[in-house]
Design a protein around this ligand. Structure first.
Ligand code: ATP
Length: 234
C-alpha cells in the first residue's frame, strides 16, 4: 500500500532522514520506534505531505506522493493523528467531527461515518454539543482519532497516541488501534511505549539518527536483546 524509498529530509543543513526505505502492506500494523530525535515525527510528516523531502520516492497505492501538498495526500486516503491530541478546543465535538469530513473524498459518506465513529466512541456521542477543549485528555484523543476517521482514510498514521495519558486510557488507545485494524484500516504507529507497540505491530522499523537501523516482525524485534536494552530497558 505504501512504499518509501531513498528518502532524505533536511531542516536547513541538518539532515533528519537519511536514505529511508519502508513498506506498509494493506491490512498491516507497522510500528516505527526510535529514541527522541531519531526522526519518527519527521518521517510521518513527510509521508503526510507536511515536510518536503530533498530526495526519494513515496508511493501510495501506486501513486507518487513525495512533495505533494498535505490536502492532496489526505484526499488520497492517508489520515494522520498528530502528536498532542490536536482538537479545536472552542469548537464542539460535533463541529470537530464535521471538519474531519470536509475532504472531498469524505463528504458524501459523512453521515454514515459519523454513525460508525460514534458507535466506536459512545462517550463522544454523549458529548456532541460540548466544547472539545473541555473534554478529558483521553476523550480528546478519542476525538482526534475520530476526526481523522471522518476523512475516510485507508491508512492511518498515529504519532505518539498514548503520550501524556493515564495508564488505563493508554490501554484503551491500544485496544482502539487493534480494533481499527480488525475493521480494515492499515496502521502506521509511532509510539514511545515500545514494548506495547511491538506487541501490537505485525512489523516494525527501528529508526536511529534518521536511518533505518533494523526491521523485522514486531515479535522478532521484541525479542532482540539490542532493542530490549536500548528501548525497553530490560
Ligand atoms: P521525538 O520522539 O522526540 O518526538 P522524533 O523521532 O519524532 O523525536 P523528529 O521530531 O522527527 O524526531 O526530529 C528529528 C530531528 O529533526 C531532531 O534532531 C529535531 O531536532 C529536528 N527537527 C524536527 N523538526 C524540525 C524543524 N521544524 N526544524 C528544524 N529541525 C527540526
Amino acid at each position: 500500500m505504501l512504499e518509501v524509498r531513498d528518502l532524505d529530509l533536511f531542516y536547513g543543513d541538518a539532515q533528519a532522514l537519511d536514505d529511508v526505505a519502508l513498506d506498509v502492506g494493506e491490512g498491516e500494523i507497522v510500528a516505527i520506534v526510535g529514541a527522541n530525535g531519531a526522526g519518527k515525527t519527521s518521517l510521518i510528516r513527510t509521508i503526510a505531505g507536511m515536510n518536503r523531502p530533498a530526495r526519494g520516492s513515496i508511493r501510495f497505492e501506486g501513486a507518487e506522493i513525495a512533495g505533494e501538498p498535505s490536502h492532496r495526500v489526505c484526499n488520497l486516503g492517508i489520515g494522520q493523528v498528530a502528536e498532542g491530541r490536536q482538537v479545536f478546543p472552542t469548537m464542539t465535538v460535533r463541529e470537530n467531527l464535521e471538519l474531519g469530513a470536509s475532504l472531498p473524498r469524505a463528504r458524501s459518506g459523512a453521515r454514515e461515518m459519523m454513525d460508525r465513529v460514534l458507535g466506536l466512541f459512545p462517550r463522544l456521542a454523549e458529548r456532541l454539543g460540548q466544547a472539545a477543549g473541555t473534554l478529558s485528555g483521553g476523550e480528546q484523543q478519542m476525538l482526534a482519532i475520530s476526526r481523522c476517521l471522518m476523512g475516510r482514510p485507508r491508512l492511518v498514521m498515529f504519532d505518539e497516541p498514548s503520550l501524556g495519558l493515564a495508564p488505563t486510557i493508554v490501554q484503551d488507545v491500544f485496544a482502539i488501534i487493534r480494533q481499527l485494524n480488525a475493521d480494515g484500516f492499515t496502521i502506521v504507529l509511532v509510539e514511545q511505549n515500545v514494548a506495547q507497540s511491538l506487541s501490537l505491530a505485525h512489523r516494525a522499523y527501528v529508526l536511529e539518527s534518521g536511518r533505518i537501523a533494523m526491521t523485522g516482525t514486531g515479535a522478532d524485534l521484541l525479542d532482540d536483546p539490542g532493542v530490549r536494552r536500548a528501548y525497553i530497558g530490560l
